[in-house]
Design a protein around this ligand. Structure first.
Ligand code: NAD
Ligand code: MG
Length: 395
């Protein structure tokens, strides 16, 4: 196996750190060339020193000098860049073979798209890029022959359970449907009347997974599963009728593929993102990921149930956006990002997230999307509508 060069977009986050952990266990297979962060300069500098990265990027241009100082102090040799141009350089630089796209939210779109434009092997954690720019993104990856390997645990599981030639079409491959599992989040059994009292700390306290704050809140509203439904639609070229969601509170079966002959293939493992990360890094080979092994003999209770769309309307809104297509997923995602920020800052309640997203979708006409600029413009407009909604919340 040739040693491959890796750029990590969002290296200071939960996925970024897990990626560095797996790379650290497999130094003969991978070398870090570029790392990036939003504003956590000290952690970024420490990572650059530890992995001897050639390039360090902060998304915030006003922190360039601070980053240079922090690198010097940490004894790192990395060159410094910043802003969108810096992130794009990290994604597209000639030395890079693999790009781990692990920025959170639509903020990751342009750099992830640059990796597609440059034909890189893209390890996709940043699901929001695919949700909002699916058609444009997939077309660009096809043109440049970029390979997209899913890191999201459900999509990675489905990828493992599909035949290699699934790109010819799921039906042709004998697939009837793909079944995404959802943990149900921390409020799986909480009555809807109590949703207004939920605090950000409770929402971020996921029962099975340790993740960044935004995706933790998305898991609590089931918007995360909704975004994943749209992600699966694009990744696997799946018709909306071929995608199902099942709540599986133990998070051991990471997703399933159901075939025409009645077979159902599942991928299982302990809930640790280092497994899908290691799978995507080394694909089609297998490497050590450092995870606890699954002991099925100790598991006497693997259960599955239908999601409750009445208590978790975000999931239904996402299915609706997928079926509408065009700009609808952009509106859904932008409204959700504004809503999650507002909830985390205490400006709206937990129950306000679904109401905000539903209202903004109702107020926004669905329009065509031809290119990245269209995506960015719809994203901007939906954020504006959503911010007005938040401003009027207590009015
Ligand atoms: P996180 O908040 O822990 O980390 C986000 C990273 O992105 C950080 O490095 C941060 O510095 C960087 N970042 C934030 N805002 C930025 C901006 N405006 N510009 C540039 N960089 C910015 O998030 P995470 O939990 O690691 O999630 C990252 C992505 O992976 C998300 O899209 C999430 O949905 C997806 N994902 C995460 C998990 C998980 O277990 N954490 C699982 C599946 C998918
Ligand atoms: Mg997931």
């Amino acid at each position: 196996m040739k040693r491959e060069n890796v750029s990590i977009l969002g290296s200071t986050g939960s996925i970024g750190e897990s990626t560095l952990d797996v790379i650290g266990r497999n130094p003969d297979h991978f070398r870090v060339v570029a790392l990036s962060a939003n504003r956590n300069i000290d952690k970024l500098a420490e990572q650059c020193a530890r992995f001897d990265a050639a390039l360090a990027v902060t998304a915030d241009p006003s922190l360039e000098q601070d980053l240079s100082n922090a690198l010097k102090q940490a004894g790192a040799r990395a060159e410094v860049l910043s802003g969108d141009a810096g992130l794009k350089e990290a994604a597209g630089m000639a030395e890079t073979d693999i790009v781990m796209a692990a920025i959170v939210g639509a903020a990751g779109l342009q750099s992830t798209f640059e990796a597609a434009r440059c034909g890189k092997k893209i390890l996709l954690a940043n699901k929001e890029s695919l949700v909002i720019a699916g058609e444009v993104f997939i077309a660009e990856a096809k043109r440049s022959q970029a390979r997209i390997l899913p890191v999201d645990s459900e999509h990675n599981a489905i990828f493992q359970a599909l035949p290699q030639d699934f790109e010819q079409g799921l039906s042709a491959a004998g697939v009837e449907k793909i079944i995404l599992t959802a943990s149900g989040g921390p409020f799986r059994d909480l009555p809807a009347e109590q949703f207004s009292e939920v605090t950000p700390e409770q929402a971020c306290n996921h029962p099975n997974w340790s993740m960044g704050r935004k995706i933790s809140v998305d898991s609590a509203t089931l918007m995360n599963k909704g975004l994943e439904v749209i992600e699966a639609h694009w990744l696997f070229n799946a018709h909306p009728d071929q995608i199902e969601v099942l709540v599986h509170p133990q998070s051991i079966v990471h997703s399933m593929v159901a075939y025409r002959d009645g077979s159902v293939l599942a991928q299982m493992g302990t809930p640790d993102m280092r497994t899908p990360i290691a799978h995507a890094l080394a694909w089609p080979r297998r490497i050590e990921a450092g995870v606890e092994r699954l002991n099925l003999a100790l598991m006497n209770d693997l259960s599955f149930e239908q999601p409750d769309l009445a208590r978790f309307p975000c999931l239904g809104l996402a299915f609706q956006a997928m079926r509408s297509g065009a700009s609808a997923p952009v509106t859904l995602n932008a409204a959700n990002e504004v809503a999650v920020d507002a909830f985390l800052d205490g400006r709206i309640g937990f129950d306000g997230i679904a109401r905000l997203v539903g209202d903004v979708m109702e107020r926004t006409a669905v329009a065509g999307v031809q290119n990245l600029d269209d995506v960015l413009e719809h994203d901007r407009q939906a954020r504006q509508t959503a911010n007005e909604w938040v401003a009027n919340f207590y009015g």
